[in-house]
Design a protein around this ligand. Structure first.
Ligand code: NHR
Ligand code: GAR
Length: 208
């Protein structure tokens, strides 16, 4: 059984989607802990109600980014993970942290990378006049939102869309592609070579 630790900062709907698909579909994996960096993260209560171990590593309680990263790594390592999943996790992680989990750290980012790394992606896509947007599951590297791409989803931008409408349309697809990407990882079906990710069964890595 592969051991999954999920990191959240807020609502945790992607965490719920991963945990639910894992349980329903009988993956060779288990979500062993959910860890948040914000005390108000609503997803912590949901995880605890499922009987999943939870922890809080508050970034405000640490003097530097490195001290926070080290405390977070200690909390993660207590659960001996095979995979660490960032699900709406909102703190940039340092090179040493990323190196420690190299090849077993996934993120979902709400844009079609390499467009719009960083924050406020939907607003920026609207301002740029994009006609399609989406989400990207990628391996995390020390360069923010630039790691090898596992899967993407694409949705249309419709006339009259605002930031919230776009975010909701993209989020619905995140709940499909993130569980699928995590499933592939725990089943050993992802191969990374030269920064490119292939699915070894030849399954489609895009949801349109
Ligand atoms: N860390 C590394 N090294 N590489 C990545 O690709 C990462 C990462 C940490 C988080 C998620 C990410 C996203 O999908 C992620 C990817 C937070 C920020 C940010 O600027 C940017 C990107 C992402 C998450 N955070 C502010 C900071 O100062 C704080 C913002 C807040 O607390 O609301 O860390 O987009
Ligand atoms: C998701 O849309 C996720 O892609 C995005 O935040 C939302 C979290 O929702 N992530 C980022 O913006 C990372 N910077 P959730 O907490 O309900 O999963």
């Amino acid at each position: 059984m592969k051991r999954i630790v999920i990191l959240i900062s807020g609502r945790g709907s992607n965490m719920e989607a991963v945990q639910q698909r894992c349980a329903e579909q009988g993956w060779p994996a288990q979500v062993v802990a959910v860890i948040a960096n914000r005390p108000q993260a609503a997803g912590l209560a949901w995880a605890a109600a499922q009987g999943i171990a939870t922890a809080l590593v508050d970034h405000k309680a640490h003097a530097s980014r490195e001290a926070f990263d080290d405390a977070l790594a200690a909390a993660i390592d207590a659960h001996r993970p095979d995979l660490v999943v960032l699900a709406g996790f909102m703190r940039v992680l340092g090179a040493r942290f990323v190196q420690r989990y190299a090849g077993r750290l996934l993120n979902i980012h709400p844009s079609l990378l390499p467009a719009f790394p960083g924050l406020h992606t939907h607003r920026r896509a609207l301002e740029a006049g994009c006609k399609a947007v989406g989400a990207t599951v990628h391996f995390v590297t020390s360069e923010l939102d630039h790691g090898p791409i596992v899967m993407q989803s694409v949705v249309p931008v419709r006339p009259g869309d605002d930031e919230d409408m776009l975010a909701a349309r993209v989020l619905a697809t995140e709940h499909v592609i993130y569980p699928l990407a995590v499933r592939w990882f725990v089943e050993g079906k992802l191969k990374v070579a030269d920064g490119l990710v292939t699915q070894t069964d030849g399954a489609s890595q895009v949801l349109i």
